[in-house]
Design a protein around this ligand. Structure first.
Ligand code: FAD
Length: 436
């Protein structure tokens, strides 16, 4: 390996070839100058986009071998999640979507399968998995219905694992992993979406705890959850508290009527003079942003995986259809234009998969891949909307009916381009990492 990494040597070889071939005309001088300056950038320079930092491309990163090939246990997880989605979720997904109901029986079964505690340490009853296992799970479940991935639940687990006290972990993680408890995350307010600077919810200090006041909107599973992590401004700044909706001072205001992810119902709720002991604070007072970012890095990977799963599910169904469907005496899958469409969409999905795998791999190495998780979600959102729309196109009129899953895929994908951070916010994250 030279001082610029293996990609650096490839660039130098390429430049030498260019020198030989093109210098006679002098036309490419400025291009060559640029190539030269690229070669001077050391391999660990953060601004060098992904050329020397991309583990999926180079095969090594920081001396570690990068291998996205699934392990035997990951393959087993993939197979069991796929079978579960087909056998348990597919038969009921449309009904729960239409009624906007939380699928309790299936949720509990997901707990028994180990899906709800997939990333919880084994010592707390979980599956000990990392971001890669979480990605596999999200992708397979979302091929049938992304609404069955309850983001707030996994976010709460992540916050407790990294910022909770030993007592909070011991009490709550086994219950969350088994599905005895459902958890939700409450950040958004009418004035707080893409930025939480204007958070109006407050935590007032009392002698042995806090009094919480505030109103949250767009909160998945708020009425069903046994525990809600609630973000509020305490005297030292943004802080997370564990709220039990059964206790006095908690009021559901409205069940909302979203276009997508409807089996994970959405509510607005209010806390009024709600009392929490200090033992229900997650992390230090004023450290809420740290908990938020650690949970949302992970959930962006989950969002990207769900978007990938939705698109893959739609394309799989469209491919099965066009291989069977005859127009005149020709099978649709034999038309050149249709074949190219499938090739292009599949290529884009593969690119999303690689970007997502890279982000998950980096998270599992203990890095803080804000840029990579944001890139994965951004591309997954754009590609998913395109793939689902084109999958309908491939089926002609047949995918235009509500008894097919296509319109649900479209609605769910759109919601995932907003929930957990919009695609514009992803672009801001990426630009900030590159430009400062
Ligand atoms: C289905 C669904 C489920 C949800 N579940 C939850 C939940 O469980 N818990 C929870 O706390 N929240 C939840 N949310 C809320 C979600 O996190 C917010 O909707 C999201 O963060 C965007 O905030 P907003 O809707 O207020 O949009 P706004 O922040 O008002 O943004 C409006 C538009 O402006 C763009 N924009 C905003 N700021 C910038 C900027 N700086 N630069 C460029 N463009 C910008 C946005 O991208 C968007 O296009 C959910 C939302 C949906 C749709």
């Amino acid at each position: 390996m030279d001082e610029f990494g293996s990609f650096g040597s490839i660039l130098i070889q390429f430049k030498n070839k260019l020198n030989k071939k093109w210098n006679r005309t002098g036309q490419y001088d400025s291009f060559l100058t640029k190539m030269g300056s690229i070669n001077k950038i050391p391999k660990n320079d953060k601004n060098f986009l992904c050329l020397t930092t991309s583990p999926g491309v180079l095969g090594t990163k920081g001396g570690k071998t990068v291998d996205f090939k699934r392990t035997e246990s990951q393959k087993a997880l993939q197979a069991s999640a796929r079978a579960f989605a087909r056998n348990e979720i597919e038969p009921e997904a449309r009904e729960f979507d239409e009624k906007g109901l939380f699928p309790w029986d299936t949720f509990r079964k997901m707990g028994r399968e180990g899906f709800l505690g997939i990333t919880v340490p084994a010592s707390y009853g979980g599956g000990n998995g990392g971001a890669m296992e979480y990605s596999i799970l999200c992708e397979e479940i979302a091929k049938t219905s992304a609404a069955y991935i309850h983001n707030g639940h996994y976010q709460t687990e992540k916050m407790l694992i990294h910022h909770g006290t030993q007592e909070q972990r011991r009490e709550l993680l086994p219950k969350l992993a088994s599905g005895e408890y459902l958890a939700a995350t409450a950040v958004s307010e009418t004035g707080v979406g893409s930025s939480f600077n204007a958070m109006a919810s407050t935590a007032r200090r009392e002698k042995d705890g806090y009094i919480l006041n505030g109103e949250k909107v767009h909160i998945n599973d708020a009425a069903e959850a046994q525990i809600i992590n609630f973000f509020a401004m305490a005297p030292q700044g943004l802080t997370v508290f564990l709220v039990d909706p059964k206790l006095p001072g908690f009021f559901i205001r409205e069940k909302m009527d979203p276009i997508g992810l409807r089996a994970s119902p959405i509510y607005s709720f209010r806390l009024q003079e709600y009392r929490v002991p200090e033992s229900r604070r997650v992390g230090e007072e004023g450290q809420g942003a740290r908990a938020f970012f650690s949970a949302f890095n992970r959930s962006r990977i989950g969002n990207a995986s769900c978007l990938l799963g939705i698109a893959a599910g739609a394309l799989e169904k469209a491919i099965a259809f066009i291989k069977d469907r005859k127009v005149g005496n020709k099978v649709v899958a034999d038309f050149q234009g249709i074949r190219w469409m499938v090739a292009e969409l599949s290529t884009k999905l593969e690119a999303v998969g690689l970007l997502r795998d890279r982000a998950a791999w980096m998270e599992d190495q203990g890095e803080d891949p804000v840029r990579e998780t944001s890139m994965a979600k951004l591309l997954a959102g754009e590609v998913s909307m395109e793939v689902v729309s084109q999958a309908i196109q491939l089926t002609g009129s047949h995918g235009c009916y509500r008894d097919t899953p296509f319109e649900r895929y479209l609605r769910d994908a759109k919601c995932l381009c907003i929930a957990g951070g919009t695609l514009e916010v992803m672009k801001n994250n990426i630009a900030r990492q590159i430009l400062g």
